[in-house]
Structure formats: C-alpha cells, structure tokens
Design a protein around this ligand. Structure first.
Ligand code: KG4
Ligand code: ZN
Length: 334
C-alpha cells in the first residue's frame, strides 16, 4: 500500500495505491490563489501546500477506507519543481515514514509524467515520449522503467509556459492553456503568420520565446484588441505550436529509425497533452508512421500524486531501494 505526495508546483495532491496497483484514493487540489497574479507565486504555493495537506492527508485515508498503519511505503516528488513546495510535501511524507517505521521513496516528477500513460495502457518498450508541461518540453526515448534517454528539449520557454504567457498577453487569465484552446476554436488559424524558430536545425530542440515575442508585438500593433483578433491570435498561436512539435516528432522518428530503433508506441504526457487539437494532430502523425498514440487518463495529465504513486510502484517492483536521506532538488534530472 503506497501513500504518495505531489507538491512540486501549484497542485497539492495525494494518492493511495494498493498492492495490485489500483488507486484507492486520489485527491488533486489546484491552488486558486495564484490566478490573480497570472502565474505561480512560490511563497504562496509552499504555504498553501502546508495548509491543504493537513486536510487532504486524513481525507485520503478515509476515501481509501484504510488506516495509517496499513500503509507500507511513503513516497513524494523530490524534484524538479519549486524548492519550497517540494520541501513541504517530501518532509511531510518523510516524517510519516519515520514515525510509522516505513520506507520512503523519492520520486522524480518527470518520471511520473513519462510513466503516467502506462497506468491504464500497455506500452511497448522502447517508446517515444513527448513531455509537454508548464516547466518542460522534452522528447525522451523510454527504453525501460528507469532507463530514459533525453533526445531534445526547449532551449528557452516551455510549451505550457508559452501558452500561459500568450494567455496573459491576451488578458485571458491563468492557467492559459485551456483558455487559449477554448477561444482558438472560434478563431482563424491562418490569420497571423507567426515565426517557426530553429525550423531548419537538424536537432530535436525547441524554442518558443520568439513566438511569444511575436504575439506581444501583434498585441501592441492593435490599439483595440477585439474578441475576433484574440480568437484569431489564439488559433494561429496554437496551430504554430502544434506544427513545431509535429516537425520535431517526425524528425525524432526518422533519427531513431536510422539508429535501428523500431518505435511502436508514442505518447504525449504532461498538462499540455490535455489539448484536443494537439492530440488529433499527433494521432494523424502516429498513423502515418504505423505507431500507436497513447495519452494518460485526463486525471493523470496535469500534476497529480497518482502518477507519483504509480512510478513508486514500478520502481520498487524492479528492486529499486528506498532512500530517506534523498534531498529535494529543484533541477533534478532523470
Ligand atoms: O504538467 P502540468 O500540469 O504542470 C507542470 O508540471 O508544469 O502542466 C501545466 C501546463 C500549464 O502551462 C497549462 O497552461 C498547460 O499545462 N495546459 C494546457 C492545456 N491544459 C493545461 N496547454 C494547452 N492546452 C490545454 N488544454
Ligand atoms: Zn508536471
């Protein structure tokens, strides 16, 4: 029985997973306090985690219909993320492990995202994973549990971050991804020709900051931004982002083929993977390459403790040892 904590950013989440890998409880509390600032305020996030955990820890046990003594393993996200927030969740999980004389597993948040689609799907190794979150934009080849090769990543803004920044420029609110997706449906994606940074580079890295700057210039050019202009900018922006990622996945598949890899499964993970337009585009691309596209359950797309519990479950199953002395690392690598 695993009790997992996720507090790397602005979601406070706990989950309890049983011996068969079934979720007995899963609570995700998205902190609303950051909305008025248009982004996450680290100090507020840490304080809120501390407050919210006091409520949701007992609530999780109640929901799972178990007692604290029934928990065999405690685990928590130990990075990457906001250092204060990571400290709150991991310290609470470690304290509970110590006082109950149980092991503690530190979990990498990125591994949580990468393994999230395997919770309800069988993916064949090696699979291609595109990680799209508010803090990361990376392409990995997942060779096995614990064996990941980073193929490329953003050199500046993360894709979710650029959705959030563009939403802010359009006065939409936070988080920006779902809000852009919503108004983009009403817009014309061919209205504005936005740049495609690093288009001709033959590597698997991304750059998104130029698009954000282009949107910024567009908003300054119009003295009055009508709803129609907003919708058109959102649609053009979303389309360009999808086009950029599509190109990189295509290049990744070509490069891997040359290296002798036979990829049968592709997955997009992280908060941005909730974008329907993006999923549709990648479905078409996967079909062209005879691959199957898998996404995680919606509740496992954003930041959540279920993926942390699931990762811990997989790691202890292959014999990885617990580590109570592990220190949180805001820049923890895979
Ligand atoms: O994985 P996640 O929940 O948290 C991080 O680890 O960062 O990702 C959050 C990001 C935010 O930037 C948010 O705007 C974006 O995911 N996002 C979306 C959508 N839903 C969430 N971006 C585009 N379209 C969406 N539907
Ligand atoms: Zn995340």
């Amino acid at each position: 029985m695993i009790f997992a904590f996720e507090t790397s950013c602005d979601e406070t989440s706990t989950a309890i997973l049983n011996q068969e890998g079934k979720l007995l409880s899963h609570i995700v509390n998205s902190q609303q306090e950051h909305q008025k600032y248009g982004g996450v305020v680290p100090e507020i996030a840490s304080r809120m985690h501390l407050q919210i955990l006091q409520t949701i820890v007992p609530q999780s046990l109640k929901e799972a219909k178990i007692e604290l003594k029934d928990i065999d393993i405690f685990c928590a996200t130990c990075g990457p993320g906001l250092v204060g927030s990571l400290l709150v969740g991991s310290t609470m999980a470690k304290s509970m492990a110590i006082s109950n004389n149980k092991p503690f597993y530190p979990i990498n948040h990125l591994e949580g995202h990468l393994l999230s689609p395997t919770f309800n799907n069988k993916l064949r190794f090696p699979y291609l994973a595109i990680l799209l979150t508010g803090g990361h934009t990376q392409i990995y080849i997942v060779k096995n549990i614990g064996d990941y090769e980073l193929l490329g990543e953003t050199v500046d803004d993360a894709v979710g971050e650029s959705f959030d920044k563009v939403a802010k420029l359009l006065g939409l609110g936070y988080p920006g991804g779902p809000l852009i997706e919503k108004i983009a449906k009403k817009g014309n994606a061919n209205s504005f020709d936005l740049p495609h940074p690093m288009q001709f580079k033959k590597n698997l890295n991304f750059s998104f900051s130029g698009i954000k700057t282009a949107v910024n210039l567009l908003t300054k050019k119009h003295t009055h931004i009508t709803e129609k202009i907003k919708n058109d900018i959102a649609a053009s922006f979303q389309n360009k982002i999808i086009e950029i990622i599509e190109k990189r996945i295509t290049l990744a598949l070509e490069m891997l083929k040359k290296r002798g890899y036979e990829i049968k499964d592709i997955t997009i993970v992280g908060g941005v993977a909730a974008n329907k337009k993006m999923i549709q585009a990648f479905l078409n691309l996967s079909e062209n390459y005879n691959c199957r596209l898998t996404t995680a359950l919606v509740k496992l797309c954003g930041d959540n403790a279920a993926m942390i519990a699931w990762t811990c479950y997989q790691r202890q199953k292959i014999g990885i040892k617990p580590d109570l002395s592990f220190k949180v690392d805001p820049r923890l690598k895979l």
